[in-house]
Write a protein that binds this ligand. Structure first.
Ligand code: GLN
Length: 313
């Protein structure tokens, strides 16, 4: 079995929920006006195993915006289209050690974009995606994310409109990258597609399924469809481990030994290769932009289950 004891797993998830249910530290992201309006007490946890079992606690039916977690899946698309070497050459795989929307990082890093999981690198990634128009690119993104989730996903229009009206900083980042010759489409169009991908609505169960697809070598555990090339998954997970939790990635890795990705919508997904994924959602964030209750819940579950990927036993 993928998990030695399924009852025990559910019990650990319930414990994590109860332990952090009343933790009200942090605050929802407010630089995107619509995110500041999300109910801050929402809290959900889902685990999906590679054999398609689902274990949950809390508000797992709520649709939140995927935000930066989308970066992993657009990276998977572009890696499939261009190959692993192009990712290294055009985007890089170095953690910036700086906030996710840092302009300083662009100025300081040799590849300018740093890695595909910060805003600069993610907008550059989106600009590399094949497709003759914005509409075609966006359609392919939504279809791919849906295939990874095993269910049809949709854009959260209020989030998209709110973010599109306030994303001057991302537009500036895209123009700066363009000036450095590392933007591969019209910067404005690339930012628009990127903003759409960040506004995809998702539940913790769907997010865990997306993570479990990575854990299962690219095969969605619900549909059995092979949605991505297994050969690229070690590289994707490696970038998640070093860069997935913004400028907290090193500490996260130290605590859990699990590749993960967070988003300012409050979601986090951690991948356990060959076994499954743990997703959690709660809107209040720490100063790096990671959901506080989601990271505590996932860290607790991973420690109780002893699933640190570096554990030699
Ligand atoms: N859409 C958000 C932004 O570009 C995503 C950031 C995040 O989740 N860290 O600012």
């Amino acid at each position: 079995p993928v998990v030695p004891d399924y009852n025990k797993l559910q019990q650990i998830i319930d414990e994590a929920y109860e332990l952090f249910e009343n933790d009200s530290a942090g605050a929802p992201a407010d630089y995107i006006p619509e995110l500041a309006r999300v109910e801050p007490d929402l809290f959900g946890i889902s685990v999906v195993t590679v054999d398609g079992r689902v274990f949950s606690a809390g508000d797992v039916e709520h649709y939140f915006s995927i935000q930066s977690i989308s970066k992993v899946f657009t990276l998977a698309m572009v890696m499939e289209q261009l190959g692993q070497q192009a990712i290294l050459e055009k985007l890089g795989a170095e953690p910036t050690g700086l906030p996710f929307n840092s302009v300083t990082a662009i100025e300081q890093q040799a590849t300018r974009v740093g890695n595909p999981l910060v805003n600069a690198g993610a907008i550059a990634t989106t600009s590399l995606l094949e497709g003759k128009s914005q509409a075609v690119k966006w359609k392919s993104i939504l279809a791919f994310y849906s295939a990874c989730a095993g269910e049809e996903l949709e854009l959260l229009k209020d989030i998209y409109n709110s973010e599109a009206a306030t994303n001057g900083r991302n537009q500036a980042i895209a123009r700066l990258l363009d000036a450095y010759g590392v933007m591969y489409d019209d910067p404005e169009k690339a930012v628009d597609v990127y903003t759409r991908q960040c506004s995809v609505g998702i539940t913790t169960k769907q997010l865990a399924a997306m993570g479990a697809t990575l854990a299962a070598g690219g095969i969605n555990p619900f549909t059995g469809v092979e949605v991505m090339n297994a050969e690229n998954i070690p590289q994707i997970l490696s970038i998640m481990l070093s860069c997935g939790m913004y400028d907290y990635s090193g500490t996260w890795s130290y605590l859990t030994g699990l590749p993960a990705k967070s988003g300012v919508g409050g979601g986090i997904v951690a991948v356990v290769p060959g076994k499954g994924a743990i997703a959690a959602f709660s809107p209040r964030l720490d100063t790096a932009g990671n959901s506080i209750r989601a990271q505590k819940a996932i860290a607790y579950i991973s420690q109780q289950l002893n699933i640190n990927i570096f554990d030699p036993q």
